[in-house]
Write a new protein. Structure first.
Length: 292
């Protein structure tokens, strides 16, 4: 089991409110999801992350690094958080780990698919910091905590060309269904892959149902009375677009280093929310991984 770590394993949702960053980018996007889950900084769904094909033999990947994100979707408070990732993948397509949760992925020709059970972390109203992980914000005081929920993730990818992938995905709450569901689409283009270095550009857009937009961007009458924010009832629809550039360098069959820089931009009612203090936020990370 000496297959090298590739970008399809490491590249939204990350942060317990789940912030986002696609073939080579899958690794980067998955890592960004791990970031969000660990920092509870965003409520966004995963960015373009084409499902990966099962490996020829069982693999186990571990990795770590640091990521830059925000405390919640729409926040202007930058947060630097540590990254820790681990995932086991079986040739049958079964996988389990901190990156994608537990599920199954496969493919048929240019079409790939995956289904998994994961977790969307909570969003706290009180600012908390500890061991490098941060959550909550003074700007959320009085909004109440949004509890975490078990979620089902389903995605389908299509390889239009060897270097161009399209994807559609959804994140459905299995518990705390009042938190709402997310739907997204994305595209990723592999600009270079010479065996050692891989460069990928990706872009995506996420939409949420009325429950999701109300939970993470809305303000009820009760919340308005406690916070001073105006009552705000957003409608379902697109709430975020994003783009990123990622790079992976393989030092050997086992060791790789990954990096990504990008931005997320709130649109529609999410951009108009009283909670939104900054519409466009930077997202970045760097990490090293070992696969065996």
């Amino acid at each position: 089991m000496t297959e090298s770590l590739n970008s399809e394993l490491f590249l939204r949702h990350v942060l317990p409110r789940a912030a986002a960053l696609a073939a080579a980018l899958t690794c980067l996007s998955l890592f960004s999801c791990a970031v969000r889950a660990q920092t509870a900084a965003s409520t966004a769904a995963p960015a373009a992350t084409p499902p990966k094909a099962p490996p020829a033999e069982s693999t186990f990947t571990i990795g770590g690094g640091a990521a830059v994100t925000t405390r919640y979707a729409g926040s202007d408070e930058t947060l630097v958080a540590p990254l820790v990732a681990a995932e086991y993948t079986h040739p049958s397509g079964f996988f389990i780990g901190t990156l994608r949760g537990a599920g199954y992925g496969g493919g048929l020709g240019p079409v790939s698919y995956s289904a998994a059970i994961s977790y969307r972390g909570p969003r706290y109203e009180k600012k908390k910091d500890g061991a490098g992980f941060g959550s909550g914000s003074k700007y959320l005081n009085g909004m109440g905590d949004v509890k975490g929920s078990v979620t089902g993730h389903f995605s389908v990818g299509y390889s239009v060309l060897p270097w161009l992938d399209l994807q559609v995905h959804t994140e459905q709450p299995l518990t705390k269904r009042e938190n709402g569901a997310v739907y997204g689409l994305g595209v990723s283009a592999k600009l270079l892959d010479d065996g050692k270095d891989t460069w990928v550009l990706s872009a995506g857009a996420n939409a949420g149902d009325a429950k999701y937009l109300q939970t993470y961007h809305g303000v009820t009458a009760a919340q308005a009375a406690r916070t001073g924010y105006a009552v705000f009832t957003p409608k379902s629809g697109f709430y975020q677009v994003e783009a990123s550039a990622s790079w992976q360098h393989k030092f050997s069959k086992n060791w790789s280093v990954l990096g990504s820089v990008g931005a997320q931009h709130l649109v529609g009612d999410a951009a108009k929310s009283p909670l939104t203090r900054r519409k466009t936020t930077p997202v970045a990370y760097v990490a090293a991984g070992y696969t065996f």
